[in-house]
Design a protein around this ligand. Structure first.
Ligand code: GDP
Ligand code: CA
Length: 348
């Protein structure tokens, strides 16, 4: 195992672009900003966030991953829950339920509702999601430039055996995850609209113009997988002059939290740190699904040290370091290790 690098502000690159899902991405970003404070660096961080979890509820556009990043970095998140607003109340949800209007399994908190109302109002007025996100961030000041991966409507659906009807049907990702807790048999992941989407303004430039691109331990299928599926985005990542380094969200034989294990199984990817890296693929070659590879470097947890050699043979520089994002300092150390590996592969 390599020891954690001690970084100075000079070692932190100026332009850092990070792909992100919700909780895993947000925690990683918190660690990055903590590292910047710790070292006195002031990098310009651009976040390309997944929007394929988005959905419409009660006529409102809900963007779970954008909001998790915005609330987490803007200090508005409910830390215990990991999503939604702190000091939340649920009066609107309960009033809806009193009218018999569901879904009972998905509630929007009262504070959170304001975000969705403002967002939907702006979308109705004709603003693209990227402009709406910028406007919402003027309040939250997350300390990063937060970009949706696309302004187009993309919604991940999961094909499940419906426990109520016994029939096989496609449900929105939120229904699979929030209602069924990823505990029902799943047979396919269908990102509706993804093929016809295009990157939001600023996304391709943020990849081409970065000093380093980081891929946090976000879900490889429904967070990073959908981001990479926006036409042109994977190609931009494969072509950027910046080193691209990722972090495994799989430690040992399981995800840390969430439903990555289940969904990797559905798309036929080995549930291991090495399996996910090979799925993303080494740059200059193709990944295990035949698409252009996107990784130069990959961090695995110390328990997965044996993956390092396997990945080196596959053309990906790997290191084993502690990957648990338990607090800001541990997470900042993890980010420092990813920047250190990026500097190393960037010199080659
Ligand atoms: P979501 O959109 O809220 O599901 O969040 P992301 O897609 O950004 O991240 C979810 C992934 O982060 C899951 O697959 C987890 O295994 C991974 N994850 C969460 N916490 C940790 C951690 O402390 N360490 C590592 N290595 N991965 C983590
Ligand atoms: Ca998500």
């Amino acid at each position: 195992m390599s020891s954690m690098p001690v970084m100075s502000g000079r070692d932190v690159p100026e332009r850092i672009t990070v792909l992100s899902g919700g909780v895993g991405g947000a925690r990683f970003l918190q660690g990055l900003l903590h590292l910047a404070r710790r070292t006195g660096a002031s990098p310009e961080v651009t976040v390309v966030a997944n929007t394929a979890d988005d959905w419409w509820l009660h006529g409102l556009k809900v963007c779970p991953d954008l909001d998790t990043v915005m609330y987490t970095l803007g200090d508005g998140i409910d830390v215990e829950r990991g999503w939604g607003r702190r000091d939340e109340t649920w009066n609107a949800r309960d009033e809806m339920a009193a009218y018999g209007v569901g879904p009972a399994w998905f509630g929007l908190g009262d504070r959170d509702l304001a975000t969705h109302l403002v967002r939907t109002q702006m979308l109705d007025a004709g603003y693209p999601l990227s402009a709406v996100t910028e406007a919402l961030c003027r309040r939250w000041q997350p300390g990063v430039r937060l970009l949706p991966m696309t302004d187009d409507r993309v919604e991940t659906h999961v094909v499940i055996d419906d426990p109520d009807s016994g029939e096989r049907r496609a449900v929105h990702f939120q229904e699979y995850w929030v209602r069924h807790h990823a505990e029902v048999p799943a047979h396919g992941v269908v990102p509706i609209g993804l093929e016809d989407s295009s990157p939001a303004p600023g996304v391709l430039d943020a990849l081409a113009g970065a000093d380093v691109v980081l891929v946090p331990p976000s879900n490889p299928v429904v967070s990073i997988g959908t981001i990479l599926g926006v036409p042109g985005l994977r190609e931009a990542l494969a072509a950027t002059p910046a080193p691209v380094v990722g972090v495994s969200g799989i430690i040992g034989e399981d995800h840390v939290r969430g439903m990555a294990r289940q969904l990797l199984g559905v798309v036929g990817v080995e549930v291991s740190a090495a399996g996910v890296a090979e799925h993303y693929g080494p740059r200059g070659r193709t990944g295990s699904d035949g698409a252009p590879g996107v990784l130069d470097g990959w961090l695995v947890d110390t328990v997965d040290e044996k993956a390092v050699e396997r990945l080196r043979s596959a053309g990906i520089a790997a290191r084993a370091v502690p990957l648990w994002m338990t607090d800001d300092d541990a997470t900042a150390d993890l980010v420092a290790a990813s920047l250190d590996l990026a500097a190393e592969v960037g010199r080659r």
